[in-house]
Design a protein around this ligand. Structure first.
Ligand code: GSH
Length: 367
């Protein structure tokens, strides 16, 4: 009888760190605890006896409380070149419990750093190897954050333009979370952005081999996957829904009126003789007081749109209003909405707003 077919995955990553450091991150229990789970999960327990025949074990926990445990036996331990170990999920809830697969990692010295070549084999079905490939992509990002000399700037690249309001929203989120990143300047519809964003808008985010587009998805990802807790998504269901409501309102109405048909008409005039198109601006000006009044009512006596603290919703609104205020009709429009003015003043005192001023040198690392 033929042996059942087995499937495998392979991943290769370059890390700016010596082989010994990368190797040790795989064999030191305290180091494993810092990175060996996909983003958004934590390692709650790690144990390893890194010699041929020695055992290793990890327990992980997701933010929603889901627990996973995995372990195995070292087959080959050749510091700093190669490591091979068996891998088996534990616990009756795991669909792969009891099935042993094999992880092989080669650490190759290259260009002053390490090329990590990972092979994970022995999966019973392609879906199982694909699910583990997703997990490894994210887990290796966390390894790189820890050991690469550029930290998370080695995995996180923001593609966009510092003048863009949506790009600024993500830059503010990165600053609020204290995350190092690389800024890759790129224009809407450029080949670089179209490679990661099917609709050619900016911004987009690359996290190692993971790519994301749409500002709200990017901010949510950064907030939920980095740091001990979410900072930009309110804790209560109602406040989270209100946050989502304002993000959606910016995407559906406010950006179109205040940025595209108003601010951008002044910055990139499309009217006769290279002048701003008055008809377009006047059309936007008719709609803006009602939109600003809605924001004014939502802020009320507080400084934040949802949950009584800074949230992603505030990061969507602030970059737009910062431009509106500088336009000819801006000061008069804003004078009618004192709550908006007060809330914007509070937000503008934050480091994340000050550091992301489009007139300042950009804060990200260069590619
Ligand atoms: N819903 C998108 C909107 C992004 C967007 O419209 N970005 C502007 C720059 S601030 C853009 O790329 N404009 C180019 C265009 O409209 O073609 C998001 O949330 O990321």
């Amino acid at each position: 009888m033929n042996a059942p077919e087995r499937f495998e995955l392979q991943q290769t990553r370059f890390i700016r760190a010596p082989r010994e450091k990368v190797f040790d991150a795989f064999t030191d229990a305290a180091m494993l605890q810092q990175w060996h789970s996909p983003r958004g999960m934590n390692v709650t327990h790690s144990r390893c006896d890194a010699r041929a025949g020695g055992e290793w074990q990890l327990a992980m926990q997701a933010r929603d409380g889901t627990r996973l445990a995995v372990g195995g036996v070292y087959r080959e331990v050749k510091r700093p070149e190669r490591l091979a170990y068996s891998w088996a999920w534990q616990g009756e809830n795991s669909p792969m419990a009891g099935l042993e697969t094999l992880v092989e990692v080669d650490f190759v010295a290259r260009d002053g750093g390490t090329e990590l070549r990972l092979r994970h084999s022995g999966f019973p079905a392609p879906a199982a190897s694909e699910a583990h490939a997703v997990g490894w992509r994210s887990t290796l990002n966390r390894l790189i954050d820890r050991v690469d000399e550029r930290g998370s700037a080695a995995t996180l690249t923001l593609l966009g333009d510092v003048r863009s309001t949506y790009t600024r929203t993500v830059r503010m989120a990165l600053a609020e979370k204290g995350l190092a990143f690389t800024l890759q300047p790129c224009a809407p519809h450029s080949p670089e952005i179209l490679a990661v964003h099917p609709f050619g808008r900016i911004p987009a985010l690359r996290d190692g081999e993971v790519t994301l587009f749409e500002t709200s998805a990017i901010v949510r990802y950064l907030d939920e996957c980095f740091g001990p807790a979410a900072l930009l998504l309110p804790g209560s269901q109602l406040a989270r829904a209100q946050c989502e409501q304002w993000v959606s309102a910016v995407n559906a109405y406010l950006y179109d009126t205040m940025a595209r048909r108003y601010v951008l008409q002044y910055f990139f005039p499309r009217g006769a003789d290279g002048q701003p198109d008055r008809g377009v601006i006047d059309g936007a000006l008719k709609e803006m007081p009602a939109q600003l009044a809605a924001l004014d009512k939502a802020y009320g006596a507080g400084d934040w749109l949802a949950g009584g603290a800074l949230s992603m919703a505030d990061l969507f609104v602030a970059p737009i209003l910062a431009y509106v205020e500088r336009m000819p009709e801006g000061p008069a429009l804003l004078a009618a909405v004192p709550n908006v003015q007060r809330a914007q003043a509070a937000l503008r005192r934050r480091d994340s707003f000050i550091r992301t001023d489009p007139g300042q040198p950009p804060e990200g690392a260069t590619p």
